[in-house]
Design a protein around this ligand. Structure first.
Ligand code: SF4
Length: 381
């Protein structure tokens, strides 16, 4: 879910989704039931055992659009390599992208490093405690700022992510479209209403994490476990019997089919890889030389650099399918040779060296499929 703030989205109009605040007594009951449930049902996640704002921030950045089990694996490794915001600020971008490789959405890694530089320069290397200062960091939106400030510092900062949106939408029967401006605005109003009424009875860190945990474990998208839900007695959607239909799904966007040819050019046990230009899609990442197949011929992958030398395809190796936001990619992976010498900005890598690079998701798939027959050291994790 893209980070959306309390005031963003479509203007309110006819049919706008509204949050109708519950009575103070009902709000108290919701607060108490949820906090009690969280105390005995929360998962033991590694980032819940620290109060280091930097470590919590890294976990939040990783958890956006990545599964918890994957983050469990990457988070400690990333912190070992970059243990503080200052260490991250001064690291080579290539090293940061490599540590992030496998989590996808590399823009997040770049934003993380850009924000770490601001933290090192202006905040003495410590993630700011004040919500406004957190929101000023590059790439830090209302959700992330609210999460770090509330979880690390127990500041009463509201947050809404996909889980919280679903819980509030169902709890208060707000029938909007998932991720839309009107529903987002209504859910931020609900989040602010509750965070302002914790009255010292529940810590902001507990409240916010309890809401997210309920969405992750009980109030799940397709099969909410209403019978075991601590909020069942207050829930409008449960009473109406339409929990699964709330929030309404976004209209599906058709995905674009893309056909690629990927060339594996090998010399002396090394692969030729090219680096994508900075600033573009997956900028700075490495891939096998790639062309797009269109009805009018073969073209260099739109944003990838030309190799500067003619590639001569030889025979088919494997076929790969790969999905990137709204694109379904089919790639024919072929062995190939170079007709000339000029290969800038490409370079040769042994499979084990390639495994250490920030590879595109497609390149990693190709390398993992081809490497076992060439180099048992290739790390397939
Ligand atoms: S009762 Fe069901 S729909 Fe309502 S909050 Fe709980 S799990 Fe979600």
């Amino acid at each position: 879910m893209e980070e959306q703030g309390p005031d963003e989205g479509d203007a309110a109009g006819p049919g706008a989704v509204r949050f109708e605040p519950p009575s103070e007594a009902a709000a108290r009951s919701i607060r108490r039931e949820l906090a009690l449930w969280y105390a005995s049902n929360q998962r033991d996640l590694p980032w819940r055992r620290t109060s280091d704002p930097y470590a919590i921030w890294v976990s939040e950045a990783m958890l956006q659009q990545t599964r918890v089990d994957t983050v469990r694996e990457y988070w400690p490794r990333f912190l070992e390599r970059f243990p503080t915001a200052t260490a991250l600020a001064s690291a080579d971008e290539e090293a940061v992208l490599e540590a992030w490789s496998g989590l996808g959405y590399y823009r997040r890694a770049r934003s993380l490093q850009a924000a770490a530089r601001v933290i090192a320069d202006r905040h003495g290397g410590v993630f700011p405690r004040e919500l406004g200062a957190a929101l000023d960091l590059p790439g830090v939106g209302p959700y992330t700022a609210g999460a770090v400030v509330s979880i690390a510092y127990d500041e009463p900062a509201a947050l809404v992510d996909g889980n919280v949106e679903r819980v509030f939408a169902r709890l208060f029967g707000m029938e909007g479209v998932r991720g839309s401006g009107p529903l987002g605005r209504a859910c931020w109003a609900a989040a602010t209403f509750f965070i302002d009424r914790l009255e010292g009875a529940v810590r902001p860190s507990v409240w916010n994490q309890a809401l997210m945990e309920l969405g992750a474990l009980i109030c799940t998208p397709r099969a909410p476990k209403c019978e075991g839900c601590p909020l069942a007695g207050s829930c409008v959607a449960k009473a109406r019997g339409n929990a699964v239909g709330i929030p309404r799904p976004k209209p599906r966007r058709a995905s674009t089919e893309v056909e690629l040819e990927v060339y594996v050019i090998e010399q002396g046990g090394r692969w030729l890889l090219e680096q994508r230009p900075d600033g573009g899609l997956m900028g700075g990442m490495w891939q096998f030389p790639t062309v797009e197949v269109t009805s009018s011929g073969l073209f260099p992958d739109e944003l990838a650099p030309a190799l500067g030398s003619k590639v001569e395809p030889e025979h088919d190796l494997i076929a790969i399918t790969h999905g990137i936001t709204h694109h379904r990619i089919r790639a024919r992976v072929r062995s190939a040779s170079l007709a000339g010498q000029g290969v800038e900005p490409a370079a040769w890598f042994a499979p084990a060296e390639a495994a250490e690079l920030a590879l595109t998701g497609m390149a990693r798939k190709v390398a993992e499929r081809l490497a076992p027959t060439r180099d048992p050291l290739f790390d397939q994790s």
